[in-house]
Design a protein around this ligand. Structure first.
Ligand SMILES: Cc1cc2nc3c(=O)[nH]c(=O)nc-3n(C[C@H](O)[C@H](O)[C@H](O)COP(=O)(O)OP(=O)(O)OC[C@H]3O[C@@H](n4cnc5c(N)ncnc54)[C@H](O)[C@@H]3O)c2cc1C
Length: 409
């Protein structure tokens, strides 16, 4: 304990969370980091690593739930930063299901959370996955353009889903898919709802699997829905609530948020933390390298040009982390993001990760450009953070609208 007076403000992690971080770091440093290069080359879901993680209680609904409920709000940022410090592709495989689970928590009833979330994680010896499917070939940034249709068949009391989803993390290999679909296209984004597609549903199949620039250990694919029939209870929030909401909108009542948007809003600080993890890995690696690599008779880090770059990298990582922690704390406190603080964290952390990993390559010189050193992979991995969960441009749009109150386009 320090002698500093009680200030009412602290950036100190609670004891439990600090212990969790240290426990996790050991696993990440000994299991995840060493496996990164192999699974990047294989471009496959690293099932053995997921199994190991399930065995120690890391890949589990219980573990992630505890982090989401951690009182300071920093549980998820701290855990995600550690995982992605280890490896972003494997990290994404380990957290991909949480996005699907979050959409159920954000839009579903307690019964739906209880029924579907455990089936997205499974347990040791029986690891399961969830997938969140919002994006479509014609609806990326423009979520309102979603064309996948959900129609209700009163005779069988089933929903019938038709459409093509794209870019779905764990798409087609997940046990549970959460699909955003339009129930009433005449209402645009306000006519959308989220649906759980249970395991083994006929009519859901995997389209093409994408071969990617980075996070290659994370599976990304199209999901094709062709007369996929799911029970009435699978609409998140329940059918009665959906019908009431649609009736209200048709009568000109308040719109209500888009289902997909609610999921993204809640998940942004977590995504920012992933980018912070990659950036921190690169900043640390480059600093260490700069003290060992000798040119002109001295470590390259003794040159101001290199030391200043390392200084910028370290400061940028900490700045991104502080924005991330602020947003996560606000979210946990139930404070509204009036200045789009969630988007700020995602924007800054994503761009920081890209810049810092590029600087790390520069500091490693030729070595940095080869696959014998991890920084080129980290640079490839970092780039996704200016694209998914809202591109940097979309984050700026959201922030710009929030701080001006104008309908910025
Ligand atoms: C590896 C990976 C994993 C993903 N995982 C998932 C997932 O699990 N589930 C899911 O639903 N989706 C997922 N996505 C999809 C991701 O969220 C979208 O790629 C992203 O929203 C961007 O959409 P788009 O690719 O169609 O790009 P577009 O929307 O076509 O954007 C192209 C460019 O135009 C810019 N742009 C578009 N509109 C505007 C505007 N109004 N103002 C200024 N600039 C604009 C964009 O910023 C971007 O630079 C994933 C994507 C990838 C690559």
């Amino acid at each position: 304990m320090s002698d500093a007076p009680e200030s009412g403000f602290s950036l100190e992690l609670g004891e439990d969370l600090a212990r969790t971080r240290d426990w996790l770091h050991e696993f990440v440093a000994s299991v995840i980091r060493p496996a990164g290069a192999e699974w990047d080359e294989r471009e496959e879901t690293p099932w053995p690593v997921l199994e190991e993680a399930a065995k120690i209680g890391l890949y589990s609904l219980d573990f992630y739930t505890r982090q989401y409920l951690e009182p300071s709000g920093l549980g998820i940022p701290v855990v995600f930063e550690e995982l992605f410090w280890g490896d972003a592709g494997i990290g994404m495989s380990l957290v991909g299901s949480t996005l699907a689970a979050l959409s159920v928590v954000a839009n579903g009833t307690p019964e739906q959370v209880g029924e579907w979330c455990p089936q997205m994680f499974g347990g040791p010896g029986d690891v399961k996955l969830g997938a969140f499917c919002s994006s479509e070939p014609e609806a990326g940034s423009d979520v309102a353009a979603i064309r996948t249709r959900a129609t209700y068949d009163a005779a069988t009391r089933e929903w019938v889903l038709n459409g093509v989803k794209t870019w779905a993390t764990n798409g087609g290999i997940a046990d549970v898919h959460v699909v955003v679909a339009s129930v009433d296209p005449s209402l645009g984004s306000r006519g959308q709802a989220s649906f759980v597609v249970p395991p083994g549903t006929a009519g859901l199949s995997m389209g093409q699997k994408f071969r990617k620039h980075g996070i290659r250990a994370s599976h990304t694919a199209e999901v094709v829905l062709s007369d996929a029939r799911i029970p009435e209870r699978c609409v998140l929030g329940g059918r009665d609530r959906l019908e009431e909401r649609l009736a209200r909108i048709r009568e000109g009542g308040r719109a209500g948020e888009q289902a997909a948007m609610r999921t993204f809003e809640a998940s942004r600080p977590g995504v920012a933390a992933m980018a912070v993890g990659i950036a921190r890995a690169a900043a640390e690696y480059a600093a260490e390298y700069a003290t060992r690599r000798v040119q002109f008779g001295r470590p390259i880090g003794q040159n101001q040009a290199v030391a200043f770059m390392l200084a910028d990298m370290a400061a940028a990582v900490d700045a991104a982390r502080l924005l991330t922690w602020r947003a996560a704390w606000m979210a946990r406190q139930g404070r509204p993001f009036l200045r789009a603080e969630g988007s700020m964290s995602k924007l800054v952390a994503g761009e920081t990760a890209v810049r810092v990993t590029e600087q790390a390559i520069q500091i490693l010189g030729g070595n940095g450009y080869t696959r014998d050193f991890p920084v080129e992979r980290w640079h490839r991995d970092a780039k996704i953070f200016t694209i998914f969960e809202g591109t940097s441009e979309i984050q700026r749009l959201i922030i710009g609208r929030a701080i001006t109150g104008l309908d910025v386009r």
